[in-house]
Design a protein around this ligand. Structure first.
Ligand code: NAG
Ligand code: NAG
Ligand code: NAG
Ligand code: NAG
Ligand code: NAG
Ligand code: NAG
Length: 487
């Protein structure tokens, strides 16, 4: 009897304990729920859309911490002890949360800097530049090296360059710079608008320039729009870069670079506006990109190796170029360059290698294949006497060119089909020409025959027109490279 009573008591005790735990659990759940959406989500939404709201409203969200709180899927109840196992999405840092106005008028540079400072600390974070806003951003540097790896710059809005002279001081080499990062991606459908027209136009064509425009012209150094330096694993995709004061996109000292599905867009008359400029960089892939600009669509400079460019549309512009190399007696080294499946239209050159007299070093293993040209002044160019002044000093030494293959280059030209001007002391060797078919497009200009000077290699006929000027075999005086000429 006493035992029965004891068992009963025990049973009630257990029951009581159980309900107590349940209660705790229920409260716990309610508490968690209230911390998550929908209220938090609504608040977040409000913040993102209420751009005109007071600055103070956004200040307390400066660290972006609550973005990391992820509500579990609503159909699944949150199990105690498992919430920390639900993987957090990458941390998001919208520039709007850091005080950016996005009205295209107020200076948003500080907001971008603050958003970057926060995003930089988190591996795989996403800095968001939202669509339908225009952000006026002055010269800015998104700088490592202490940032977490694999940061994403999600650009869906527009970034506008300042158009007043004050922002540029006495002159800057670039406008937007990313440096010393391990894994950096710029993606989205946004636009980088350089508002460069004031840097291109000549004084005469500018009838009534404002004071600011006049003083801006006095700033002699024209900035590159977007520049990457010393970074590994860089991806640029989706975006448009347009109307840069000078070069649109530049990579220096970078490795493992991917550029694809993007657009570079400036008028053919814009002076010195290269599309993509590569220097001291390796393992670079550029594809599915449309470029129209006032200078080289792609320019490959010294220190570049393992560069692959394909499925690119270029024009107007100056075509795809290696060089100018060897300026001011410099040593230049370029090797393993592949350019294929390219469409070049309405440009001064198609595919070109240009070097200055007096340089040293070499260009080796270059393939240009499947190039379609239309209305191109000179589709195929090697110019070892490159000079951007009226005349340059004659010098014997030169960057040595060898192993240059031209395969399947077809279309129309307006001045000269082929121009090979190689160095006397260091002739071009191992040029191979296969499947050339270039038709003159009658214009008002005089047309020229193919030209060759000290160009050696193999011709695989038929070619249209016949390029009989290429000398077969190897150049007689095979120059022995001095140590300083070796790459
Ligand atoms: C390169 O970057 C991508 C995208 O940020 C990342 O997923 C990948 O892990 C990186 N690769 C290396 C080798 O760091
Ligand atoms: C290319 O980029 C645009 C944004 O500019 C995007 O909408 C489109 O989906 C991308 N295409 C591919 C194949 O990635
Ligand atoms: C480039 O232009 C072609 C032809 O106009 C178009 O089909 C393609 O989508 C464009 N590519 C990009 C990246 O915009
Ligand atoms: C070629 O480009 C020039 C500017 O460089 C432009 O004025 C002209 O209209 C273009 N011609 C064609 C046929 O696209
Ligand atoms: C040449 O570059 C390509 C990338 O474009 C690379 O896959 C290949 O391994 C390189 N070849 C040599 C010999 O380095
Ligand atoms: C350089 O050499 C070329 C060809 O020999 C000659 O026509 C030209 O006048 C020389 N230029 C100078 C600046 O000496």
């Amino acid at each position: 009897m006493r035992l029965k009573c004891f068992v009963l008591l025990l049973f009630f005790l257990v029951l009581l304990l159980c309900t107590k735990f349940d209660g705790c659990e229920a409260r716990n759940q309610r508490h968690r729920k209230s911390k998550l959406s929908p209220s938090a989500m609504a608040r977040k939404k409000g913040r993102h859309t209420s751009v005109g709201s007071s600055k103070g409203d956004r200040d307390d969200h400066g660290d972006g911490r609550d973005n990391q709180l992820n509500p579990p899927p609503s159909s699944q109840p949150p199990y105690p002890g498992t919430e920390h196992q639900v993987p957090n999405p990458a941390a998001m840092f919208s520039v709007l949360d850091y005080g950016a106005n996005g009205d295209g008028v107020a200076d948003d540079t500080k907001a971008f800097e603050a958003a970057w400072a926060a995003a930089c600390k988190v591996e795989g974070s996403v800095l968001i530049v939202p669509a339908e806003f225009e952000f006026l951003v002055g010269p800015i540097s998104f700088s490592g090296p202490s940032c977490g790896p694999n940061i994403v710059f999600q650009l869906d809005g527009t970034i506008l360059a300042p158009a007043d002279s004050r922002s540029w001081g006495s002159g800057l080499l670039w406008w937007i710079e990313f440096t010393k990062l391990q894994g950096i991606t710029i993606r989205g459908s946004g636009v980088i608008e350089g508002r460069g027209s004031i840097w291109w136009t000549s004084t005469e064509s500018n009838v009534h320039p404002s004071d600011d425009e006049l003083s801006l012209k006095l700033v002699e150094i024209k900035p590159t729009a977007l520049r990457f330096y010393g970074s590994y694993n860089v991806t640029i995709t989706g975006i448009t870069i347009q109307n840069s004061p000078q070069c649109h996109l530049k990579f220096d000292n970078c490795e493992a670079v991917q550029v694809f599905n993007m657009t570079i867009n400036s008028p053919g008359t814009s002076l010195n506006t290269d599309g993509i400029h590569l220097q001291n960089s390796r393992d670079v892939m550029i594809h599915h990109t449309n470029m129209s600009c006032g200078d080289d669509c792609v320019s490959i400079q010294t220190g570049c190796t393992n560069i692959n460019i394909h499925s690119v549309d270029c024009g107007p512009g100056h075509g795809i170029s290696i060089g100018g190399l060897g300026r001011d007696n410099m040593k230049a080294c370029v090797s393993n360059i592949t350019v294929r499946d390219i469409n070049v239209h309405n440009t001064t050159n198609g595919v070109r290698i240009k070097t200055w007299q007096g340089g040293s070093g070499s260009v080796q293993s270059v393939t240009f294949s499947n190039i379609r040209v239309s209305e191109v002044q000179t589709p195929i160019v090697i110019d070892q006497f490159y000079c951007d002044r009226s005349s340059c000093k004659n010098q014997t030494s030169a960057v040595a060119l060898s192993g240059i293959a031209y395969e399947n280059i077809r279309g129309t030209y307006t001045v000269k089909p082929v121009h090979f001007a190689c160095s006397d002391a260091s002739p071009c060797s191992d040029i191979s020409i296969t499947g050339i078919e270039l038709q003159p497009l009658q214009e008002q200009y005089h047309m020229y025959e193919p030209f060759c000077w000290k160009a050696f290699g193999e011709l695989y006929p038929p070619t249209v027109p016949p390029i009989v000027c290429l000398q077969s075999g190897k150049p007689a005086s095979n120059r022995i490279l001095s140590d300083h000429g070796m790459c």
